[in-house]
Design a protein around this ligand. Structure first.
Ligand SMILES: Nc1nc2c(c(=O)[nH]1)N[C@H]1C(S)=C(S)[C@@H](COP(=O)(O)O)O[C@H]1N2
Ligand SMILES: [Mo]
Length: 223
């Protein structure tokens, strides 16, 4: 059966309306009063936030600033719970990073927030722990994991801000894990629990769907 003109017209209208809806979704983010976006850091031009990519397997998660609690537990001396204000009150670092999505896009940004070491110091990590599992609102059974040795050697931090702006909900508010050197799927957003574990066989959402568990940007994308 050949495609007649009406069907082609219908298809084209759907395509056009679809594209308009997609473009319309790029809603402008209004940061908290007084925040000004950084355009340069350490002599490097930053990708403007509105041009940075974004990826969400179940859509944007909306986390309430006032009721948010981050739990750090598992193989720790004491389970720790931190509010958003507690995260802001920890010593903050800023770094220049590049996020490489496994789909091929990337952006350069300035990220600011506490180190995971400063949070682990509050919890006291037991000697046998070797794996860190991140639980998120979109994947409460465990979105991804990282080796504890990697987190320690790279002094991995959490980004509360990107380009000096408080993270928008779409970008992972209250924070995104800054998994430098790893593909974007390891940069967990909307994290509510960080578990210290010995489950080296744990595979997160993307990792159990064929994406490499090591996720080094210099290594293979798939298993
Ligand atoms: N919880 C959660 N974290 C996530 C994702 C997700 O779908 N859910 N997508 C990942 C992917 S594939 C990428 S590339 C980065 C994108 O981060 P960005 O929003 O800062 O660009 O977030 C990662 N973190
Ligand atoms: Mo990604």
């Amino acid at each position: 059966m050949s495609i007649n003109r009406d069907k082609l017209g219908l298809f084209l209208s759907f395509f056009l309306i679809g594209s308009l809806v997609l473009v319309g979704c790029g809603e402008e983010y209004v940061p908290p009063a007084g925040e000004v976006e950084a355009t340069e850091f350490q002599g490097v031009e930053l990708t403007p936030m509105r041009l940075q990519g974004n990826n969400a397997l179940a859509g944007t998660q909306s986390i309430d600033r006032e009721s948010y609690v981050l739990t750090v537990n598992g193989l720790t001396d004491n389970a720790v719970t931190l509010s958003y204000q507690d995260l802001l009150d920890l010593p903050q670092q800023s770094r220049l990073i590049t996020l490489h999505c496994v789909e091929g896009w990337e952006f350069v940004a300035k990220v600011t927030g506490p180190t995971m070491a400063s949070i682990f110091a509050l919890a006291g990590v037991k000697a046998e722990a070797d794996t860190v599992i991140f639980y998120t609102t979109d994947v409460p059974e465990g979105y991804t994991s990282l080796e504890l040795a990697y987190i320690q050697s790279q002094d991995i931090m959490l980004a509360l801000k990107i380009n000096d702006l408080t993270l928008p909900p779409s970008r992972g508010f209250p924070f995104q894990v800054v998994a430098v050197g790893k593909y974007g799927y390891k940069w967990a957003k909307w994290v509510t629990r960080i578990e210290l574990s010995t489950d080296t066989a744990f595979r997160g959402y993307w990792e159990s769907r064929g994406f490499n568990n090591n996720a080094d940007i210099t290594g293979p994308r798939f298993d």
